[in-house]
Design a protein around this ligand. Structure first.
Ligand code: GSH
Length: 211
């Protein structure tokens, strides 16, 4: 049974690819399909050249089409489904445990607070005033991550890599494109560097760049 993943190499959809790569799911189990989210076109795979809105009417990534045709969207849900396809513990604490609820809370925080703060900075039409406000908002999120969530920690939940690390790592990787200097947040910078140096993360980037 296979699952179709729609992703891009640098957007939040890359977090799903990295997670699936870590768990050895890329291939027969999770089939990656590249999307161009500016043109909203599928760029590889069985539906190459299809209007991406026909796959996911929201037009955003990630999307995971399940074995029964269910179209699953939103990072927090897609990443947890990928975690549940993986061998136990490879990408998330077991369902129903306190640690799993903690993971869910981190995924929601990353999505609704951190990701959504970076998003507007990719809009070239953003006024200087709104840009300044947005950067100040990001600073409060990074300060919190620096002081609380990531202080002295290699991973955001527990002692091992989870899908929340894949997601936060990808969002932080946008810093260089939007003028956010992570060196002002040494714990965040250390965490980001640590995740970027993991072998499967490097391998996933190399694979995604070949599409
Ligand atoms: N609410 C969604 C947001 C996903 C999202 O913003 N995806 C971006 C890439 S990082 C995208 O596909 N943008 C293109 C579009 O919305 O048309 C989530 O939390 O997963």
């Amino acid at each position: 049974m296979s699952y179709q993943l729609y992703f891009t190499a640098t957007s939040c959809g890359a977090a799903s690819y990295i997670s699936a790569k870590k768990a050895g799911l890329i291939g027969d189990k999770v089939v990656p399909n590249l999307v161009d989210i500016r043109e909203h076109k599928v760029k590889s795979g069985a539906l190459k050249d299809t209007d991406y809105y026909k796959v996911n009417p929201k037009g955003n990534v990630p999307t995971l089409v399940l074995e029964d045709g269910t179209v699953l969207n939103e990072n927090a849900a897609v990443l947890q489904k990928i975690a549940d396809l993986a061998p136990s513990g490879a990408l998330a604490p077991a369902n129903g445990t306190n640690a799993r609820y903690l993971l869910q809370s981190k995924l929601s925080y990353i999505s609704s607070e951190v990701h959504s703060s970076y998003g507007p900075l990719f809009n070239p039409a953003l006024s200087d005033e709104v840009k300044k406000w947005t950067l100040a908002k990001i600073a409060t999120k990074l300060d919190y991550l620096n002081r609380v969530e990531l202080a002295g920690k290699k991973y955001i939940v527990g002692d091992s890599f989870t899908v929340a690390d894949a997601y936060l790592y990808i969002v932080l990787s946008w810093s260089k494109y939007v003028g956010v200097d992570l060196s002002e947040y040494p714990e965040v910078e250390r965490y980001f560097k640590g995740i970027s140096e993991l072998d499967f993360v490097k391998e996933a980037h190399a694979e995604m760049n070949k599409f």
